[in-house]
Design a binder for this molecule. Structure first.
Ligand code: GLY
Length: 417
């Protein structure tokens, strides 16, 4: 099977490595890829926002499957263009991808599906903002309605900060959602979804704030670990039955079935799991940890999903033990990351490239905010953490920073449901 992966992040590097380990995958291509993916997949520059361009590339490469990594092409309908061209595609069409593209749409689907989520109000007129803020908080949760690369959400006990973020979104023409704060530890549960068929992967936890101890601004994610020793065994099945399946069925009922990876971001509160957000693609950096433990052939799972045969896929198998991924970010990330710094040690074990490129001398340089992620695995969380951090010690990036507490609260038994 010849597979083209669209995107250039750590998630796509992890997907490509997973696909490369599947004996049924004979050739891999990345568009556009990064300095790390080029070792396993030929890189092809393409405008990933253009369905026409991606379909033309897929035809030229004569691929059997296209896997779309990031949300932007999904929301823009690149999967629709590929399917219209008769190419098997992993990733939802534009209509179903609105579950991530519009927070207001996601709320409407959840209400129709009877799924537990935070109470929310949409504000689209600055004149209504102050009264709406008074009906929420503290704590205030303010979300940009549209896509914002993980940086559209502000969670704060400071009303002025909440107001500033909401006003900024409104000024740039985006409605905002104000939400009640959901208490409880967060879980990222990725599910392969093909219409009403849902197959969960193992649950992970992201670390969204930039600093140790969950301090500083939100980011796209600074590290993750899997599985979650504190999560009761039955909770994944509960999330699938009470949340993911009803949402998948609602999208089918609307005539816009979801096909691809539905990512449920949840808070596990006293009353059970509730949805914080849905995403229409694999999460980053959780994917780097989750796929490190997948034993089943990834290509066959993605192909079965893409071709409507997920119900026939044998149960997924997983390695025992744990995986931890730690993101190395560029100086000034998430505000205005500096790029162009030479990175050394980035060819080491367990490295998943994200914001990397090659300079004219062929050196690997930083080219984005989250530069790379390092994955460690082991028989338990402590061993996986140790391996991730010892691998990270071999990577040097001027001004680079990372959290040194990924998975630590779980390890110390400080997370309870
Ligand atoms: N890890 C958060 C995200 O992928 O959106």
């Amino acid at each position: 099977m010849r597979v083209l992966v669209i995107g250039s992040g750590g998630r796509e590097h992890a997907l490509l490595l997973g696909l490369a380990a599947d004996p049924s995958v004979t050739e891999l291509f990345a568009a556009p890829g990064n300095a790390g993916t080029e070792a396993i997949a030929a890189s092809h520059p393409v405008d990933i926002a253009s369905g026409e361009a991606v379909a033309a590339l897929a035809r030229k490469l004569d691929v059997d499957l296209v896997v779309i990594g990031p949300e932007v092409p999904l929301v823009l309908g690149v999967a629709d263009a590929l399917r219209d061209a008769g190419i098997a595609t992993f990733g939802p069409g534009a209509a179903a991808a609105q579950i991530e593209g519009s927070k207001a749409f996601a709320k409407e689907v959840m209400a129709a599906a009877g799924v537990r989520t935070a109470h929310a109000e949409v504000v689209d007129n600055p004149a209504n903002l102050d009264a709406a803020l008074d009906r929420f908080g503290p704590t205030w949760v303010v979300k940009d309605d549209g896509l914002a690369a993980g940086k559209g959400v502000v969670v704060t006990t400071d009303r002025a900060k909440a107001r500033d973020h909401a006003a900024e979104c409104l000024e740039s023409g985006h409605p905002v959602l104000l939400e009640s704060f959901l208490d409880g530890p967060e879980v990222s549960l990725f599910c392969l979804v093909d219409g009403e068929t849902v197959v969960p992967l193992i649950p992970a936890q992201d670390h969204k704030r930039v600093g140790n101890g969950d301090t500083g601004p939100n980011t796209g994610g600074m590290g993750a670990y899997t599985p979650l020793p504190w999560l009761p065994d039955e909770t994944v099945a509960q999330i699938v039955e009470e949340i993911v399946k009803p949402v998948a069925a609602e999208l089918v009922a609307r005539g816009t079935p979801f096909n691809g990876l539905l990512y449920a971001g949840l808070a596990i509160g006293a009353d059970g799991p509730a949805v914080v957000e849905f995403n229409a693609r694999f999460g980053d950096p959780e994917t780097q940890a989750v796929l490190a433990l997948l034993k089943s052939p990834l290509g066959q799972a993605l192909y079965a999903t893409a071709t409507g045969a997920l119900a026939d896929l044998p149960p997924l198998e997983w390695d025992e033990g744990a995986a931890v991924t730690v993101v190395l970010a560029a100086e000034n990330y998430p505000a205005r990351p500096r790029t162009g710094d030479v990175i050394t040690g980035s060819e080491g074990e367990g490295i998943r490239h994200a914001g990397t490129a090659r300079n004219s001398d062929g050196q690997v340089v930083s080219a984005g905010g989250r530069v790379l992620a390092v994955v460690g695995t082991g028989p338990d969380l402590a061993a996986a953490r140790e391996q991730a951090y010892s691998r990270l010690a071999g990577v040097k990036l001027p001004g680079g920073h990372y959290r040194d507490d990924i998975g630590q609260a779980a390890l110390e038994g400080r997370i309870t449901v």
